[in-house]
Design a protein around this ligand. Structure first.
Ligand code: GCU
Length: 403
């Protein structure tokens, strides 16, 4: 993919009046694109040298959603090869057994997957409103393993608040899918697919990939639950869980909404800002079990990546991508998350969804405000790293499941 600097240069020259036209839309129809919207997405990325998602490998400019979708598998494969690793295949068998959850409207489901080397199980908890079909379901990749039978109404996973607002909360126990530990991370689902005692291939996904895969298995269950509308499921994760949520959403088009809360390095943050916040070498050395060996090639060498994280966000299109940053979350590089968000907009624009909801590309935007376009949402919360009441207020108040 070419450099984003190309975006501005390749735009149509005639921008007289407020609209330009170019070929766009799923069926290749011509769709008006506002010149202002284009300028908004191109400007701040010009000097960054990040890959341009609209430049194909053969150097041709992608100008329609159809053309984008044709080259999309290659981009996805590049993320697999270089960043997240290859995903586990579909299980040969999956079973769901309900073991009764807490009281009220809670369910506890054990998801058991079978692979060539055996079985593995993990827990999904589901909290639904006391009456009516939920307006949507938030599927949380719960890396803290902290969602029990009654997770309460505040903070990280406020089930009562979510159900009170008319939504459902589903939470998968990520530790059970793949332990967040360098010596035991294979002990969940991974060892159902790879022979124990043999090293994983260098390009095989590790913990983050397994969590994303587990979220898709949870989606398999949600599609069978009569209390849930499976066309309205948002996969959400905070921090390391947010990295997994983005990777799940990029691969699995069944998620119409994908929420990355403070996901930072190898999440929403632009990788080429390696010196801002957590670098690739820092994440790989502190968490050697999160990503494949192949990603370590980019330690102190982010510019050599054939992809960047704005393209990961773009892979979610036309599904809604939601990026949330926190102003004092230096390790996650909130500005890098913001730039990535902007850098995904040209792809959304192909679907007529390129409005970022922001009135300016200047950093920082106002804190505490939910910026919402028809396919993209962003907010910058004041304060530090966390999935907090203020974040949930925005998710529950933004009508994320409608355009
Ligand atoms: C660490 C790590 C981050 C991660 C975070 C979290 O700070 O460096 O990459 O996002 O943990 O998961 O809370």
């Amino acid at each position: 993919m070419g450099a984003l600097a190309v975006v501005a240069a390749a735009l149509p020259a005639e921008t007289t009046g407020s609209m330009v036209t170019r070929t766009a839309g799923i069926n290749g129809e011509s769709r008006p694109v506002s010149a202002a919207a284009v300028a908004r997405v191109a400007g701040p990325l010009d000097d960054l040298g990040a890959p341009d998602p609209l430049m194909s490998d053969s150097g041709e400019r992608i100008t329609s959603a159809r053309a984008w979708e044709q080259q999309r598998p290659e981009l996805l494969a590049a993320f697999e090869e270089n960043v997240y690793g290859t995903s586990l295949p579909a299980p040969t068998k999956t079973t769901f057994s309900e073991a009764g959850g807490g009281g009220g409207s809670a369910k506890k489901i054990t998801i058991t997957v079978t692979g060539p080397e055996g079985d593995a199980s993990f827990t999904l908890r589901l909290f639904t409103p006391s009456s009516g079909t939920p307006k949507g379901t938030f599927l949380l990749i719960d890396h803290r393993g902290s969602v029990g039978d009654d997770p309460g109404s505040g903070g990280y996973a406020p089930a009562a608040t979510i159900t009170g607002a008319g939504y459902a909360l589903a939470a998968v126990n990520a530790e059970e899918i793949a332990p967040d530990d360098a010596s035991s991370y294979r002990n969940g689902v991974i060892d159902a697919f790879y022979p124990a005692g043999q090293d994983l291939p260098a390009d095989a996904g590790r913990t983050i990939s397994a969590w994303a895969w587990g979220a898709s298995r949870a989606m398999d269950y949600l599609q069978t639950d009569p209390d849930i509308d499976p066309s309205k499921v948002a996969v959400i994760g905070h921090s390391r869980g947010g990295k997994a949520a983005l990777w799940a959403g990029a691969q699995d088009p069944r998620f119409p909404v994908v929420i990355s809360n403070n996901s930072g390095s190898t999440g929403a943050k632009l990788a080429r800002r390696d010196s801002a916040g957590e670098s690739i070498s820092a994440i790989n050395s502190q968490f050697p079990h999160w990503f494949p060996e192949t990603y370590k090639r980019y330690d102190s060498n982010a510019d050599a990546l054939p992809v960047d994280q704005n393209e990961l966000l773009a892979l979610i299109a036309p599904g809604r991508v939601v990026v949330a940053s926190a102003a004092e979350d230096g390790n996650a590089d909130p500005q890098g998350e913001f730039l990535s968000y902007l850098g995904a907009a040209p792809v959304y624009e192909l679907y007529g969804l390129g409005d970022t909801g922001l009135s300016s590309t200047s950093w920082p935007p106002a804190t505490g405000e939910g910026f919402r376009g028809p396919g993209m949402s962003y907010h910058l919360r004041s304060g530090g790293h966390g999935l907090e009441d203020a974040d949930w207020d925005i998710y529950l108040g933004s009508d994320l499941f409608t355009r």
